[in-house]
Design a binder for this molecule. Structure first.
Ligand SMILES: [Zn+2]
Length: 371
């Protein structure tokens, strides 16, 4: 009887030992890929008010960030020479570049290389780089073809009509446009993407129109490129119930959105939209992360950050927006400005602008530490 008891005890000990070896692994695996960890920090009811605070504070800081560059136009002392305008744009371009390289691209690599995905094909081929590359080529294609089509249309109609978006714009913008026109009247850009049809007096107006249209398209496409990342970071905050980390995450996201907003704001500034469109772009950007948080709260029972389908969908979206952001930041924002007449005319302004680019890119890179 005693031997049976000791044998039984040993068997139990061994089985507990075996279970203790294998379960943490299995548990960790399922934790990582299927559900949220069950540590003491997880408290759904305590996390909800924090998320509400996050929605409000991120909404406000995003709005501050994105409207801040738009106010530089209102400073009269800095208006005439417009050097500040160029520097603000360079700063904004730096932020967009770092968003692509430091936030969106690494996120995509993380997701598509995740251990929660099958070895084949996800670990056999660098999908992130491939999709980002294709996306950059597609952006170039859309860019060049749209410009070509617009230019040929413009050529046909330039003798008969003035472009419609110059009618009905308020006085303040008209003043700005005249300023821009003077800039555009400078010698043609060495690295210009558009080879205008130079005939007579319409030349300046035409190249200015093409340039402005370009800026407008760039601002809108950039907003779309940023949206994926903004929604995803909101989504992961909304779906998390970890009260220990959520406070730090809220602060990080507020800075993140404010800074990213400054980048986008700089691009909206040069697009010179009318008030309503500007307000719409500001609104759209500001609500993306709060919308992501709300979505995360609503779907916290369904949405699993590490489920294969979520990883693949979000990873591929991130890869394509990374390609788009990097292309646009380098070609449409940085190269267009630095190779343009204004900066080519002054090494001093170039140096100031490069400092602005480095500050923008450095600041946004720092944010990558948190979100
Ligand atoms: Zn980020």
């Amino acid at each position: 009887m005693a031997t049976i008891t000791t044998k039984l005890l040993n068997l139990i000990k061994i089985s507990i030992f075996l279970i203790s070896i294998f379960t943490p692994k299995a548990h960790a695996q399922s934790n990582e890929c299927n559900s949220q960890s069950n540590n003491s920090c997880n408290d759904k009811s305590a996390a909800l008010p924090l998320k509400i605070i996050a929605i409000v504070s991120i909404l406000v800081t995003s709005m501050i960030g994105v409207t801040l560059p738009l106010f530089t136009k209102k400073i009269p002392a800095l208006h005439p020479d417009r050097n500040l305008f160029v520097i603000v744009k360079a700063f904004a371009a730096g932020i967009i570049l770092a968003t692509g390289f430091m936030h969106v691209l690494p996120d995509s690599f993380d997701m598509l290389w995740s251990d929660c995905l099958k070895e084949n094909p996800w670990h056999k081929f660098p999908f992130t780089g491939f999709v980002a590359m294709l996306s950059a080529i597609v952006t170039l294609m859309v860019d060049s073809m749209a410009t070509a089509i617009y230019s040929s249309n413009q050529k046909k109609s330039s003798s008969t009509a003035i472009a419609p978006h110059h009618q009905g714009e308020d006085d303040e913008e008209a003043v700005v446009e005249r300023g821009e026109q003077e800039m555009a009247a400078a010698p043609p850009r060495p690295a210009g993407h558009f080879h205008g049809h130079h005939h007579g007096m319409g030349k300046d107006r035409e190249s200015f129109d093409t340039q402005l249209l370009r800026y407008r398209v760039v601002a809108m496409v950039l907003e779309l490129g940023i949206v994926v990342h903004s929604v995803v970071i909101g989504l992961s905050l909304g779906a998390s119930n970890n009260t220990c980390s959520i406070k730090g995450l809220i602060a990080a996201l507020c800075f993140h959105q404010m800074f990213e907003g400054m980048g986008l704001g700089g691009c909206i500034l040069q697009a010179e939209y009318k008030f309503l469109k500007k307000a719409l772009m500001v609104f759209f950007f500001s609500v993306t992360t709060p919308f992501g948080i709300a979505l995360g709260i609503g779907m916290s029972s369904i949405y699993k950050e590490n489920s294969p389908s979520a990883l693949i969908a979000v990873g591929l979206l991130n890869a394509s927006s990374a390609g788009l952001l990097i292309y646009m930041a380098l070609v449409d924002l940085l190269s267009a400005d630095f190779m343009g007449p204004k900066l080519q005319g002054s090494i001093n302004l170039q140096i100031k602008s490069y400092i602005a680019v480095l500050l923008g890119a450095g600041g946004m890179s720092l944010m990558a530490k948190w979100a």
